[in-house]
Design a protein around this ligand. Structure first.
Ligand SMILES: [Zn+2]
Length: 203
């Protein structure tokens, strides 16, 4: 990591639905150059400031196939992971349920059922091929972020009724106030709502 310490980091503005970039496919990353390293550092900086546990490039308007995640608890040491060109190569039949949120759909949380375990192949920031198996919060977080890279949002995994409701709310906000794009500043994590299902915060 030492080689990247000199990179200046910038918190980037986060796009909010119904921004059409959040519905588009991303392009494979082919250049593992200084520009990519800066992008990765900016994505981490933006994710931590939000605060979030994951961020995909389209959420800051960059249509490239990469995301960053860090599911370590707030008080523990940060465990940052940058996944470049990630692909899910296997997922379990067993599922798990988490309450998800999304930095691009502020103030909305809903339970989502996803495969409990996944295997993911990806490239690290140096371009080296890697593979990981993930379960628990990490498995859900990575699936949420990879969805973003394919223009899919977590509300696509909930009922149409609920999805239409939240979508219409943001279409209305756009018409009334313009794009809801925001630049995060450090704030407190969302409070536990006491329903017994772990709230992941925003991804
Ligand atoms: Zn998200």
């Amino acid at each position: 990591m030492e080689a990247y310490l000199a990179v200046a980091m910038t918190i980037r503005p986060i796009l909010v639905i119904p921004d059409e970039k959040l519905r588009q496919q991303t392009e494979l990353v082919t250049a593992f150059d200084a520009e990519l390293q800066t992008l990765i550092e900016d994505m981490f900086e933006t994710m931590y400031a939000a605060p979030g546990i994951g961020l995909a490039a389209p959420q800051i308007g960059v249509m490239k196939r990469l995301c960053v995640v860090d599911v370590s608890k707030r008080d523990d040491e940060e465990v940052p992971m940058a996944l470049i060109n990630p692909q899910i190569t296997w997922s379990s039949e067993e599922t798990s349920l988490y309450e998800e949120g999304c930095l691009s759909i502020p103030d909305y949380y809903e339970e989502v059922e996803r495969p409990a375990k996944i295997r993911v192949s990806y490239q690290d920031r140096a371009g080296k091929a890697q593979e990981i198996e993930a379960d628990g919060v990490l498995a859900t977080c990575i699936q949420h972020e990879i969805d973003h890279l394919d223009g899919v949002l977590f509300i696509d995994h909930i009922s149409k009724l609920k999805r239409d409701m939240v979508w219409k709310k943001y279409v209305k906000l756009l018409k009334r106030d313009g794009p809801q794009t925001y630049t995060p500043k450090p704030k407190m994590p969302p409070a536990d709502d006491g329903d017994g299902v772990e709230n992941l915060g925003e991804l």
